[in-house]
Design a protein around this ligand. Sequence first.
Ligand code: NCD
Length: 311
Amino acid sequence: MNQNSLVSIDDISRDDILDLIERARYFEEHPNHKILDGKVVATLFFEPSTRTRLSFETAVNRLGGRVIGFSDASTTSSSKGETLKDTIKMVSNYVDLIVMRHYLEGAARYATEVTDVPVINAGDGANQHPSQTMLDLYSISKTQGTLENLTITMVGDLKYGRTVHSLLMALRYFNPTFRFVACEELRMPKEYRDFCDANGIRYTEHTDFSPVVINTSDIIYMTRVQRERFADIMEYERVKDLYTLRADMLADAKPSMRVLHPLPRVNEIAQDVDNDPRAYYFDQARNGLYARQAIICRALGIDIYSYDKGE
Ligand code: NCD
């Protein structure tokens, strides 16, 4: 395995996280810093994506590198029965870095075992989404001025949502208090509640998205109910509309609170929230570009500070 791979947020330390945030800040000021000259990056998306793929590709383009890849595996040889192992080994002949999204949990880890090229996990099933976590942390740090001692409310699909799983793990370094708001079917899995217990992280669970939860939060992290992960579509129909944030529910929320969402949203955030100054999800998506520029440079072992800080 290439040590520069990023498969799980748990692979990197507190210092790595803080360092990546600093670098994201740098790229926000210098988004067109051409330091990937001659580098080729593959984006292999076996699952649908808009922001993640486009922001990774924009990141490479703005840094002066080149991108190859696919956004629809049905047009590739995997539809002819090629194994993931063979696809990864073959692509490794062409590129310096692989960014991949796959519907199977553990797929990115497996990829690191069959190639020496660094691999960035852009989401593996319901498991992990570490680059999303870096942009979430960057967004939290920018809007709250700190990552420490915050009350973070996660709402919606806490069972299948990989973004909340990664974010929870990363925040263990920063003394968070979590509120998990979900129905019984989509509650935070035991594995992650055990992780909180093992790391001394405070959390409470709620089925009610109540004013007291909203008004004492520093961050409200809304999530989409992950329809594609349900074995039983009737169960999806039962739970899909349980939690919707509307503008009137924010009347007494803290002025400094921010609403985050990894996007895409379906109906868990009403359109009227978009006009509230605390709605931050579109800015959050923009931060993804800078966070991913930082992640790409780390994976390629490029020290951005050793280059001239020109545009
Ligand atoms: C998320 C994902 O793919 O896990 N999207 C994203 O990458 N921004 C969340 C989702 O699809 O609901």
